[in-house]
Design a protein around this ligand. Structure first.
Ligand code: FES
Length: 656
C-alpha cells in the first residue's frame, strides 16, 4: 500500500494515510477537528489549511480553490495527498475550539465600552429565570430514577417451600415493587442460586423500571449500597452536553460539553445524512463519531470526579433531533431527507451501552427520547416536557428552539402543534463570511455608534475576534438597521461618511473589526450577501410562527408565554431579535429563556420514571405540520424578508 505521513501543525500530530486521501479525512483520523460546514463538498471555504511542505494536489480547479490559492491557502477537503510526506498548518480560523456550552457570567471584551457593558447587564437579567430552574433537575417530578437498587429478603427455600429460585425471586420482587412484568436475563440466571444463598436469601437488585415493566440489571448478595449514577446527554447537531447525575440524591454532580465530532461530515443534518448514505463506511463513521464524542465527555466527567468509576454509571438518557437519534443508534436515516420525509422510527428501543460501545457499565440501559417527525425530534419533546406545556392547566405557550433549524411548538395541555422551518444554520455562522459558532473569540454582542459608526463589541472569553456568532449577528443586523447602514430590505447605504463602508469581493460590506485588532489579521466584515442570508433565516422562523398560528386559528396576543430554548437562546438579545423581526412583538415579560431545555428534559426523565412516562405522552399529543405542503408558509416567508416585516402592524412597538 502506498502510504505517506502528514504532520499537522501547530499541534505536531502525524498520521499515516494512503495516497489520494484528502487532508480533511487525514485530520479526522487523528481527531483533529477542522471546520467543514459543507461536509467536504468544497463549497463553504471554511476548511482552509496551508501546505507548508510536500506534494499535494487539488481534487479539481474550482473557482473557490483558485481564490484560496491566491491567498496561499488550500481547502483541506479538496487537497489530496500525492507522492510525498506532508507538513500542513491548520490556521486558527479553521480549527474547531471548545464551544461555549454554558456561560454564567457577563464577561467584558477588550472592545466593550461601558455603555455596552451596562446595556448587556440589563438584557442579561432575563437569564435569572433560566438559572432558577436549572437548580432543580427534577422540576416538580418525584425522584424515581429509571435505574435503582431494591433490597429484598426472600423466604428461604426448604422442604415445605420448594419453589424454584427464579419464581421465589420474581414473586418477592413483584411484591416489593408492584411490577407485573419482570424480565431476568439468562446471564443473571447462571449464578442466581449461588448469589441468593451467600447472605441467606438477602439480596440487592438493580432494576430499570418503566410503566410497570422491569428489567433486572444486576443481583448482588446482601443489602448493599453501591454507587449509582446516570448520564443525561443532549445530542445536538452542533454541541453535545452531558450531565452526570447522582441517582440517590437526584442531583447534578457535574456537566461537560463539546462540539459534535460529526461536524467534519457537515454542519447540518442533511449533509450528515448524505455522507452517511452515499459514502463508503459513511454510516459507520457518523455513528462512531457521535459515540466517540459521548465517550470523550464521559471521560472528561470521570477525570473531574475521580471517585466515580465507569461502571458506577448504570443508565443513560439521550435527547436529540430525529437525525441525531438515528445516527446515534446506527439506524439508516436516508428517508428523513427524501419526500415525504418519513423517519425509520419515532419511538426507539432501549439498548445496552455495550451494544453501542459507550464506556459506562456494559449493561447500562440507554434510553432515547421519542421524536414526533423527521424534523421535530426528541430534543423538542424534551423541551416541551421541561416547560410542562402538555399539562392540563398549562398556559398557552410557544416554545421556540433556534439552532441549525428553527423548531417550534404551540399550544397547551392536549393541543400541541409543532413544525420545523428550514431556517438554515446562518445563526450558527454557516453561509456568513465571518460567521462562526459560539466559540472562543466569537463576537457575541456589538453596538454601532449612530454618529461615528464606530463599533464596540464583546467576544466569548474575551478572546481577540475570530469571527461573529449567532447572537452577534442578530445584534449586528439590528444595529446596522438602527444606524441606517442598511434599509428595511437589507440593502447597504453605500454613501455613508465612514471608511468602514466599502466594496468587497461580493459587493458592499461594513467593517466590524479592523485586521489589527483581530486574531486572524483580516478585517472582519459583514456583507450585503450575509445580511440577505440572515434575513432568510429570521424570515423562516417568523413565518413558521405565523403559519402555526394561522393553521390553528389563534391570535399572537393569545400567547401567554414564549419559551426560548437552545444554547443560542442563552445569549440572545430579545429586544434586538424582535426589532429585526425574528421573534414576535410581544411584551418582553412574556419571554422566558430556558437554556438547553433538551438536556434539562433528559435529566428529568432519567431521574423520574413519571417524567419519562409523560415524555411519551407529550410526543404522542403533538401534531406535526409539514410546512413544505401548500403555499401558506411560503407566502408568510416572503412577507418576512424585510426588517422587521412587510406588515408593520405586526410590529407596532418596533421603530427601526
Ligand atoms: Fe472544505 Fe467546505 S470547503 S469543508
Amino acid at each position: 500500500m502506498d502510504t505517506h505521513s502528514v504532520t499537522f501543525l501547530p499541534i505536531g500530530v502525524t498520521v499515516s494515510v494512503e495516497r489520494g486521501t484528502d487532508l480533511l479525512t487525514a485530520a479526522g483520523k487523528v481527531n483533529l477537528e477542522i471546520k467543514a460546514p459543507c461536509g467536504g463538498d468544497g463549497t463553504c471555504g471554511k476548511c482552509a489549511i496551508i501546505v507548508k511542505s510536500g506534494k499535494a494536489k487539488a481534487r479539481r480547479d474550482s473557482h473557490l480553490e483558485v481564490r484560496m490559492a491566491a491567498k496561499g491557502l488550500n481547502l483541506a477537503c479538496q487537497t489530496l495527498i500525492e507522492d510525498d510526506d506532508l507538513v500542513v498548518e491548520i490556521p486558527k480560523t479553521s480549527s474547531m475550539s471548545k464551544h461555549q456550552v454554558l456561560v454564567e457570567n457577563v464577561a467584558s471584551g477588550d472592545g466593550a465600552s461601558d455603555v455596552l457593558r451596562e446595556y448587556l447587564l440589563s438584557v442579561w437579567q432575563l437569564k435569572d429565570l433560566f438559572q432558577e430552574k436549572r437548580e432543580n433537575p427534577l422540576h416538580g417530578y418525584p425522584l424515581n430514577p429509571l435505574c435503582r437498587w431494591v433490597q429484598l429478603t426472600m423466604p428461604a427455600a426448604n422442604f415445605q417451600d420448594n419453589r424454584d429460585d427464579l419464581s421465589r425471586f420474581v414473586l418477592t420482587l413483584r411484591k416489593e415493587t408492584k411490577c407485573t412484568d419482570i424480565n431476568v436475563s439468562l446471564s443473571l440466571l447462571h449464578n442466581l442460586s449461588d448469589t441468593i444463598r451467600i447472605e441467606n436469601f438477602k439480596i440487592s437488585v438493580l432494576l430499570s423500571e418503566v410503566s410497570g415493566k422491569a428489567e433486572v440489571l444486576a443481583i448482588e448478595p446482601g443489602h448493599c449500597h453501591q454507587p449509582l449514577y446516570g448520564i443525561a446527554v443532549d445530542i445536538g447537531t452542533t454541541t453535545v452536553v452531558a450531565y452526570l447525575l447522582d441517582l440517590y440524591k437526584g442531583t447534578v454532580v457535574d456537566t461537560a460539553g463539546t462540539h459534535n465530532c460529526q461536524a467534519r461530515f457537515g454542519d447540518d443534518v442533511i449533509s450528515r445524512i448524505v455522507y452517511a448514505v452515499d459514502e463508503p463506511d459513511g454510516m459507520k463513521n457518523v455513528h462512531q463519531s457521535i459515540i466517540d464524542t459521548i465517550n470523550t465527555l464521559i471521560q472528561d466527567l470521570l477525570v473531574k470526579q475521580r471517585k466515580i468509576k465507569e461502571t458506577d454509571i448504570r443508565v443513560i438518557m439521550t435527547a436529540g433531533n430525529t437525525t441525531m437519534a438515528h445516527l446515534f443508534l446506527g439506524i439508516n436515516p436516508k428517508h428523513i431527507r427524501l419526500e415525504p420525509y418519513i423517519p425509520t422510527a419515532n419511538f426507539f428501543p432501549v439498548v445496552k451501552a455495550q451494544e453501542l460501545g459507550i464506556r459506562v457499565h456494559p449493561n447500562a440501559p440507554v434510553f432515547c427520547y421519542p421524536a414526533v417527525a423527521s424534523y421535530v425530534g426528541g430534543d423538542i419533546v424534551s423541551g416541551a416536557l421541561f416547560t410542562s406545556m402538555g399539562k392540563a392547566d398549562a398556559p398557552v405557550a410557544l416554545l421556540i428552539d433556534i439552532g441549525t433549524n428553527g423548531e417550534m411548538v404551540l399550544g397547551a395541555g392536549d393541543w400541541l402543534v409543532t413544525c420545523s422551518c428550514s431556517a438554515g444554520p446562518a445563526f450558527e455562522g454557516s453561509g456568513i463570511t465571518f460567521g462562526m459558532r459560539a466559540m472562543h473569540g466569537a463576537i457575541e454582542h456589538l453596538m454601532i455608534d449612530p454618529e461615528t459608526y464606530e463599533v464596540s463589541y464583546m467576544t466569548i472569553n474575551n478572546g481577540k475576534p475570530l469571527g461573529i456568532c449567532g447572537s452577534g449577528l442578530i445584534d449586528g443586523l439590528a444595529k446596522l438597521r438602527r444606524t441606517g447602514i442598511i434599509d428595511r430590505a437589507g440593502k447597504f447605504q453605500t454613501n455613508l461618511p465612514t471608511e468602514r463602508m466599502r466594496f468587497g469581493e461580493t459587493g458592499p460590506e461594513f467593517v466590524l473589526v479592523w485586521a489589527a485588532d483581530t486574531e486572524i489579521d483580516r478585517d472582519i466584515v459583514i456583507s450585503e450577501a450575509d445580511v440577505k442570508n440572515l434575513l432568510r433565516a429570521k424570515g423562516a422562523v417568523f413565518a413558521g410562527i405565523q403559519t402555526l398560528l394561522n393553521i390553528v386559528g389563534f391570535e399572537l396576543d393569545g400567547i401567554e408565554i414564549i419559551y426560548v430554548a437552545g444554547g443560542f437562546g442563552n445569549y440572545l438579545n430579545i429586544p434586538d431579535a424582535i426589532a429585526i423581526g425574528l421573534l414576535p412583538d410581544l411584551p418582553i415579560e412574556k419571554y422566558k429563556f430556558i437554556g438547553n431545555s433538551s438536556a434539562k428534559g433528559a435529566c428529568m426523565a432519567l431521574l423520574s420514571a413519571e417524567a419519562w412516562a409523560e415524555a411519551q405522552d407529550v410526543a404522542g399529543k403533538m401534531t406535526y405540520i409539514e410546512l413544505s405542503v401548500g403555499n401558506l408558509f411560503m407566502d408568510e416567508f416572503v412577507s418576512s424578508l424585510f426588517i422587521p416585516h412587510t406588515d408593520l402592524s405586526l410590529f407596532p412597538n418596533v421603530d427601526i
